[in-house]
Each structure stands twice: as structure tokens, then as C-alpha cells.
Write a protein that binds this ligand. Structure first.
Ligand code: AR6
Length: 168
């Protein structure tokens, strides 16, 4: 079951939230900054032990002070015009996050719109990738939440999901 919500992902009570991190895993701005601020400084200490994360891969930490039990950190591609493996890398972010989640028994998971902020991925194309992979995994989770950060983004997600379901 895929739910599209407009919310601050740090407030969601789910088994795991996904972080749109960078390769250092040592924090940053955007959703990454919000997650580190809400989880507390012990998250940074834990992340220092992980030796970073490559683009497309995913690593798990506890949620610490968050309502979510766990955080799955993934690193989206920086948009460079579309000819630099951005689409397969973004697809890998969602797939690898789901695979890590399944491995740890996660039943409810929330994703931000990975790469669609500072990393500049065009919003509609990133929504198509996000929702296509969510549809692949829909039957294996109780809740999959696409957590948008504006009503406009949530509207885009709703229309993309509708068209993907029609063509399925
Ligand atoms: N809850 C949900 N979504 C959010 C929140 C939030 N609290 N805050 C922002 N968003 P971005 P990226 C949305 O830039 O493009 C960091 O510095 C935002 O509106 O956070 O993958 C990292 O350290 C956008 O739709 O991530 C990296 O260096 C989406 O989250 C870099 O940014 C992603 O925007 C990663 O860039």
C-alpha cells in the first residue's frame, strides 16, 4: 500500500525512514540535516563508524531520538544532465533501501524524494523512478510512504502514481 503524504519525515512513526544523505554519511542540509537534528548527535557518532556510502547504496542505523526505529541512509546521484547513470543510480537507491529494509524486518517505511533537492534531479523524472520501484515492492510491506515536503510535490506524486497504475 503506497501512501503519498506531505510531512516532515522526521515526525513519522514508522519502522524506518530513509535519508537522502551524501557519500560521507556525516550530515548535510535538507532532509539529511533535519534527520540528524531530530535523531540527536549520537547518530553522527554512529555514522562515523560506517565508512561512508557510495551513490546508489544504502546503510542502516538506529533512529535514536526519532519516532522511527531505524534510518536507512542512501546516497542519490547528483543530476548532471541525465547521461551520467543518474536513472540507474536513483533506481538503485530505492531498491537497495527496500532490500536493507526487508533484511531487517521493516514493515513500514517512508522515503523522501531522493536527489530532487540540492542534487537537482528533475522532480517528475525522480517521482517516476521512486514510484515505479515502490510499486515493485508494494506487496512486501504494510506501509510504503512517499513523504513529500510540499503540496505541489505531493500533487505531482499523485498524478505520476495514477499514470503508472494505469500503464501497469
Ligand atoms: N522531510 C521530508 N522531505 C524533506 C525534508 C523533511 N524534513 N527536508 C527536505 N525535504 P535534499 P538531495 C525534501 O536536498 O537532493 C544534503 O545536504 C526536499 O524538499 O534534502 O538528495 C545531503 O547531505 C526534496 O524534495 O536531498 C546531500 O549532500 C527532498 O527532500 C544532499 O543534500 C530531497 O532534498 C542530497 O541532496
Amino acid at each position: 500500500m503506497i501512501e503519498i503524504v506531505c510531512a516532515d519525515i522526521t515526525t513519522l512513526e514508522v519502522d524506518a525512514i530513509v535519508n537522502a544523505a551524501n557519500t560521507s554519511l556525516l550530515g548535510g542540509g535538507g532532509v539529511d540535516g533535519a534527520i540528524h537534528a531530530a535523531a540527536g548527535p549520537v547518530l553522527l557518532d554512529y555514522c562515523r563508524t560506517l565508512d561512508g556510502c557510495r551513490s546508489g547504496e544504502a546503510k542502516l542505523t538506529p533512529g535514536f531520538d526519532l519516532p522511527a526505529r531505524r534510518i536507512i541512509h542512501t546516497v542519490g546521484p547528483v543530476w548532471k544532465g541525465g547521461g551520467h547513470y543518474e536513472a540507474p543510480l536513483l533506481t538503485a537507491c530505492y531498491r537497495n533501501s527496500f532490500e536493507v529494509a526487508l533484511h531487517y524486518g521493516v514493515r513500514s517505511i517512508a522515503f523522501p524524494a531522493i536527489s530532487s533537492g540540492v542534487y537537482g534531479y528533475p522532480k517528475e523524472q525522480s517521482a517516476e523512478i521512486a514510484l515505479s520501484v515502490m510499486l515493485e515492492y508494494e506487496d512486501r510491506f504494510e506501509r510504503i510512504i512517499a513523504c513529500c515536503f510540499s503540496d505541489r510535490d505531493a500533487g505531482l506524486y499523485r498524478s505520476v502514481l495514477k499514470s503508472l497504475r494505469v500503464t501497469q
